[in-house]
Design a protein around this ligand. Sequence first.
Ligand SMILES: CC(C)(COP(=O)(O)OP(=O)(O)OC[C@H]1O[C@@H](n2cnc3c(N)ncnc32)[C@H](O)[C@@H]1OP(=O)(O)O)[C@@H](O)C(=O)NCCC(=O)NCCS
Length: 158
Amino acid sequence: MDAARDVPVSSSGDGRAPGDAQGRPPDRYIQLVVGWPERPAAKVEAALRNSFLVATLMLRISGPGQGAPDQADERLIGLARATSDHAFNATIWDVLVDPEYQGQGLGKTLVEKIVRSLLRQDITNITLFADARVVDFYQNLGFAADPEGIKGMFWYPR
Ligand SMILES: CC(C)(COP(=O)(O)OP(=O)(O)OC[C@H]1O[C@@H](n2cnc3c(N)ncnc32)[C@H](O)[C@@H]1OP(=O)(O)O)[C@@H](O)C(=O)NCCC(=O)NCCS
């Protein structure tokens, strides 16, 4: 299995993560595999395209005696992305690992890969919004909830 790899996304480039074994593009993958609420596919695709970083985990399957696996043998099993102002701040979104492959350190690898990549680019204010059930997962990776009393706040229509 390959380690997570960066897919830098530029405004003009085609930095989209490749689809999974069923040919689903990452937007369908996000919605179907992890069971998050469905979001408009075009908007998810735009979010991926406009992200600063998209890290993917690919499972490469090759049979005995075969050479290098081709595209058809690759399967998307994990994804995480970050948006950024390219200078100070970045926010990590959509961290997910295919349930079949969870509990093997892959989610940790994805987040660490994104954090390392941001730090290499001197982007040091790294934030995310954690679902209640994954707060401990992120705390173990060095993220703090409410540092110095700072609260994440959401706007809701009244
Ligand atoms: C959250 C998620 C990405 C974790 O991926 P994973 O590959 O299963 O996690 P890892 O195997 O890398 O776990 C790394 C460590 O975190 C721990 N951990 C994993 N999930 C955890 C959770 N929900 N709460 C607390 N700790 C957790 C593991 O036990 C492991 O601990 P260790 O280093 O002491 O052994 C994965 O469960 C997932 O895709 N969930 C659905 C999508 C989701 O909720 N994403 C987060 C949105 S904010």
